[in-house]
Design a protein around this ligand. Structure first.
Ligand code: HDE
Length: 709
């Protein structure tokens, strides 16, 4: 993955931010008023052991500022990580449908800021919990800011935004004891689900591997709602937005996610930061599904219902352009915490539909920023400022940073020369799409929204066998945590409307009676694009490979394997019993990347055990290292060993996997790649076969139930 040289627009946001950056190098400490301070360790006292004096303005300023450092965390999506980058369309084909320049002019590279997030947990919660991930993109276009505030799952829990507070109250920690943190596995959420069957499609996705992304860089993004594109003639076309990651869609294993939550709660955030710092810039392709307005009623679901997808087999996703993230923020609070997304931030060429969830969001996001960012001037915060010129008659309010000159702040005016002017026509000015609206005032749900199960069944039918097994295990885990048996039973009833077999196997794991009869025959339809196995990518780029070494290791073999993996874009790391260097069998030294005790197998994608009898003896005598290998096996990861390294695999008792014995050929069995050869004799096929297994991400065919890790 590389990025083309920067273009001027690409830099526009960065240049704008430069004026807000403050660099402490070579400076002296001052108060907020710019008065130099010589001592900030001792407060001003009446005598060295006396009381602190009110007169100490530096002390009071420092403490007062500190006391006010926190702002409310986001009511949902509180925990996140962000990065800057750019978006560029491939060509102009979309110009037939929209006047939005950033989607249609291939010479324009638009700066962006993207924030990824979990939904339920607090700011300090773990990254790897079972949850939806937010995927919010702010495009700093030349026509103003456009925000695509999406998720990594293409549907939502509810159909009407008025239910959002109820849903969020149910899924957040329970109010009496604030337990559990960042988890949907508790009674109030499943009570809500039991009483709102429209959630069933989304719950299928939430129980799937989509809710456990290996990396933000390896997940899809979706706009979720049906939006509208508007062309130069003012004609509208329905659109669904999709982001596809260049590295494919990949997930963690549930047991692994729980362990990572303790070993490295910043796992996804760190991954994004580190890869950008290393110049491995994450990429996505933007795609659109387009539906002409004449086909509004051509589907067996309602396009305005955000609990439904448009199957890709029915309406293909057409590629539009490429998103690259290439710069980490300078300051988490200033940028990632203060970035303010809003679904109503649209530019000419993009408009809304009557999706009642979207309509609610268009109210909620502005409202929440007023509280979270302390007033109406949050668009002036550096990260939020458009690169398009801003001229309004809005004035005053908390944290006003502009100095508007002149005596007029109203339109129309003559005293200010009539400025700012309101002249201009679409597409120069934003003009709301002219949709005819007619209706009786009703508080009611459309009949066309009332099929709650068909697409849940479609999703289930589209899963591969391992994906199905994970969904069943997730339902059993989550419902197994629900104390009220009647809630478990009601969910099983709903599952029986999705698929009878599914309901039966889930029921068997949670101690409620399995339904006897099928109540709703499975329609048998599937959408292959829904399986994330269909969205994998044949690459090991940025995969972290642990190489276990100790004194006496085969230095030549290690160097070769490391070089071969690096050539393929992977990130090999040498882990040893202690940090520093290890002396190889040939007398050379190898630099260790980390002590094994500071990491764990769950933080790596694959493991290699190199040859070296002495090294392998040391490693085999350490239970933590043996567990490292067994656990990687348990989590279906590729494992490689050469020469005497195979002995450590034997010690780890990897079930019935076939390992190389006295043969220099490469044996591959269930993702375990071994050869008895070492050093010079190591065949090139070893790294090749190993890379192939790593690219598979996980080897699901592996039998792991007897492996105790
Ligand atoms: Fe949000 N959502 N949401 N949401 N949402 C927020 O805005 C809301 C919904 C999404 O990285 C809040 O600034 C309502 C769908 C993301 O800063 C809040 C409804 C989708 C983010 C809010 C929804 C999302 C938010 C909290 C139902 C996917 C994080 C803080 C009508 C398409 C953005 C904030 C970031 C954040 C309201 C439903 C995605 C309270 C009322 C559907 C990615 O305004």
């Amino acid at each position: 993955m590389t990025t083309a040289p920067r273009q001027p627009e690409d830099d526009a946001k960065d240049r704008q931010l430069e004026s807000a950056r403050v660099d402490p190098r070579g400076t002296h400490l001052t108060t907020d008023q710019g008065v130099r301070v010589g001592n900030t360790d001792d407060s001003l006292k009446a005598g060295a052991r006396g009381p602190t004096l009110l007169e100490d303005f530096h002390f009071r300023e420092k403490l007062t500022h500190f006391d006010h450092e926190r702002i409310p965390e986001r009511v949902v999506h509180a925990r996140g990580a962000g990065a800057y980058g750019h978006f560029q369309p491939y060509d102009d084909w979309l110009a037939e449908y929209t006047v939005a320049e950033f989607l249609t002019d291939p010479s324009v590279r638009t700066p962006v800021f993207v924030r990824f997030s979990t939904v339920v947990g607090s700011r300090g919660s773990a990254d790897t919990v079972r949850d939806v991930r937010g995927f919010a993109t702010k495009f700093f276009t030349r026509q103003g800011n456009y925000d695509l505030v999406g998720n990594n799952i293409p549907v939502f829990f509810i159909q009407d935004g008025i239910k959002f507070p109820d849903f969020v109250h149910a899924v957040k920690p329970e109010p009496h004891n604030e337990i559990p943190q960042a988890s949907s596995a508790h009674d109030t959420l499943w009570d809500f689900v039991a009483l709102q069957p429209e959630t069933m499609h989304m719950m299928m996705w939430l129980m799937s591997d989509r809710a456990l992304p290996r990396s933000f860089r390896m997940m899809q993004g979706f706009g979720v709602h049906t939006f509208r594109l508007v062309n130069a003639q003012g004609q509208g076309t329905f659109v669904k937005f999709h982001w596809r990651p260049a590295l494919g869609v990949h997930s963690l294993v549930w047991d692994e996610t729980q362990k990572i939550a303790g070993k490295d709660p910043d796992f996804n955030r760190r991954d994004l930061w580190d890869t950008i710092e290393a110049g491995n810039f994450p990429e996505w392709e933007l795609g659109v599904q387009l539906v002409p307005e004449s086909d509004e009623f051509a589907f067996d679901f309602d396009l305005l219902d955000a609990t439904k997808i448009i199957p890709e087999e029915q309406v293909p996703v057409r590629p539009v352009g490429r998103l690259v993230l290439n710069r980490n923020p300078d300051n988490f609070f200033a940028e990632t915490e203060q970035v303010a997304f809003h679904t109503a931030n649209v530019v000419p060429g993009i408009d809304f539909t009557n999706d009642p969830l979207l309509q609610a969001r268009n109210f909620s996001y502005l409202d929440t920023q007023l509280l979270r960012l302390g007033g109406p001037n949050f668009a002036q915060i550096p990260v939020n400022r458009p690169i398009a010129p801003v001229h309004t008659d809005q004035r005053d309010g908390f944290h006003q940073h502009k100095i508007d000159v002149g005596r007029t702040s109203y339109t129309k005016n003559s005293l200010g020369g009539g400025c700012p002017m309101t002249s201009g026509a679409f597409p120069e000015v934003f003009s709301h799409y002219q949709q005819k609206v007619e209706g009786v005032k009703v508080r009611q749900r459309s009949e066309s929204f009332k099929d709650f199960y068909s697409q849940a069944t479609l999703f289930w039918n589209s899963m591969s066998q391992p994906e199905k097994e994970h969904i069943v295990a997730a339902f059993r885990f989550e419902l197994g945590k629900v104390e009220h048996r009647e809630i478990r039973a009601t969910i099983v009833d709903h599952l029986n409307h999705v698929d009878h077999e599914l309901a039966v196997v889930v029921a068997r794991g949670i101690g409620v009676r399995a339904p006897k009869r099928e109540v709703r025959p499975n329609h048998g339809l599937s959408s292959p694009a829904l399986s994330q196995l269909a969205a994998s990518a044949d690459t090991i780029s940025t995969r972290r490979i642990a190489i276990l070494v100790a004194a006496g290791v085969d230095g030549e073999g290690v160097r070769r394997v490391v070089a071969e993996l690096r050539d393929r874009g992977a990130i090999p790391e040498l882990l040893a019993p202690a940090d520093g260097t290890v002396r190889c069998a040939d007398g050379s030294d190898l630099k260790v990347d980390r002590a094994i005790s500071t990491v764990a197998s769950v933080l790596y994608d694959a493991v290699i055990v190199p040859s070296g009898p002495e090294s392998v003896r040391t490693l085999s005598a350490d239970g933590y290292t043996v567990h490292f290998v067994a656990e990687a096996f348990k989590h279906f990861k590729a494992i490689g060993a050469f020469g005497s390294g195979i002995e450590l695999l034997r010690k780890a008792q990897l079930g019935s996997v076939r390992l190389a014995e006295d043969t220099e050929t490469v044996i591959v069995d269930a993702g375990v790649v071994t050869t008895s050869a070492a050093a010079d004799a190591l065949p090139p096929e070893f790294s090749e076969a190993f890379a192939c297994e790593v690219a598979r991400h996980r080897i699901w065919q592996r039998e792991t139930s007897e492996v105790p890790a």
